[in-house]
Design a protein around this ligand. Structure first.
Ligand code: SF4
Length: 336
């Protein structure tokens, strides 16, 4: 039997849709089937029928248990297999609640990362602003659709656009504080430093923020080639301030990522510079690596030996130096 915890309880709030998750990494062409409301335009214009939404989830969960894997889930590493006689039958998968939310409701940004799904929109300056996601979050908290007091590991992730540009960025964090939502993940480019984030990193609030900044380089030249903006120094400054604010109990609340982009930063020299800067100069204790998604999909997930070597090199360097480390999605599924 099969299951996916996100299919059961995930909600991706997109620009024009609500989906089960932000993934479908092996089946991006099927991503549009991964939704319950297409044409969602935000709480002012579209109502969410929560009953229908959970009914749809229930059917998919039931189907997946019986081996009917939705097309948008094909090849996904989050699918778990379990035995029909095993003790844990994961019956909570049928319960109607959301415990992980991804905010993908806007795509404005102050960088132009070549691997971003919004690259074209950002380059053409036709990005989409937030449609007022805070109202939807309030509704979910109030109706206990999303209830971090009951489901303790519930989490909210900012996962598209640059969150610090969001008008309601701090209000969303305050809302999380008000409803006792501890886990917030922030994917930011670090060009803008946020005082509120710095405060949260000290753990003086209920919100236990986790930040990931993709630096992807150890030098200004390579940074510019990937991000198309000359902001390497600003990002380094932000990382330094966040690293200094980190509560010692949780040094993994700040992760710096190196997305390997073939033909741009795929060499040990750049990884060494990145490592030296982050670890020795900025005091970062947690590093992450991944492979660039568009390249990965174009190559059907077939990763050449030299890239596997680089992933191993990155991992071993972290282990040898006592630095916490993680492989993200594509690096995670690459057999090393
Ligand atoms: S199996 Fe993968 S693609 Fe499908 S809902 Fe779960 S995380 Fe998303």
């Amino acid at each position: 039997m099969y299951r996916c915890r996100y299919l059961a309880h995930g909600l991706y709030i997109g620009l024009y849709e609500l989906r089960h998750c932000h993934l479908s990494i092996h089946a991006p062409e099927e991503r549009e089937k991964n939704n319950y409301i297409q044409g969602y335009l935000g709480p002012k214009k579209s109502k969410v029928d929560w009953e229908k939404l959970f009914e749809k989830k229930k059917q998919l969960v039931e189907g997946m248990r019986n081996g009917e894997i939705p097309s948008f889930c094909k090849g996904c590493h989050w699918i778990e297999e379990f035995d029909e006689n095993s003790e844990n039958q994961f019956l909570t998968d049928f319960e109607p609640y959301i415990d992980i939310v991804w905010l993908g409701n806007f795509n404005e940004c102050n960088a132009r990362c070549m691997y971003c799904s919004a690259f074209e929109a950002i380059s053409k300056k036709i990005t989409t602003k937030d449609y007022g996601v805070i109202e939807l979050l309030k509704e979910m908290f109030k109706k206990k659709i999303y209830d971090p007091q009951r489901i303790l590991n519930s989490s909210i992730s900012f996962s598209q656009g640059e969150p610090t540009l969001l008008k309601n960025f701090e209000s969303i964090l305050k809302l999380c504080e008000k409803y006792g939502n501890e886990n917030v993940a922030l994917y930011t480019n670090g060009i803008i430093h946020s005082r509120m984030v710095e405060k949260l990193l000290k753990y003086k609030s209920k919100v236990r923020i986790r930040i990931v900044i993709s630096l992807d380089s150890g030098s200004r030249e390579v940074f510019k080639k990937i991000k198309f903006v000359d902001k390497f120094d600003s990002v380094v400054k932000t990382i330094k301030r966040y690293a200094k604010s980190l509560n010692k109990e949780n040094s993994s609340a700040l992760g710096i990522k190196y997305i390997i982009v073939p033909y741009v930063n795929d060499n040990k020299e750049e990884i060494d510079k990145f490592f030296d800067l982050c670890v020795n100069k900025l005091g970062v204790k947690y590093l992450i690596t991944d492979l660039e998604e568009k390249w990965f999909v174009r190559h059907n997930g077939e990763v050449p030996e030299y890239l596997k070597d680089l992933l191993r090199y990155f991992r071993d360097k972290c282990i040898d130096n006592g630095i916490q480390f993680e492989f993200f999605d594509r690096a995670l599924v690459t057999k090393l």
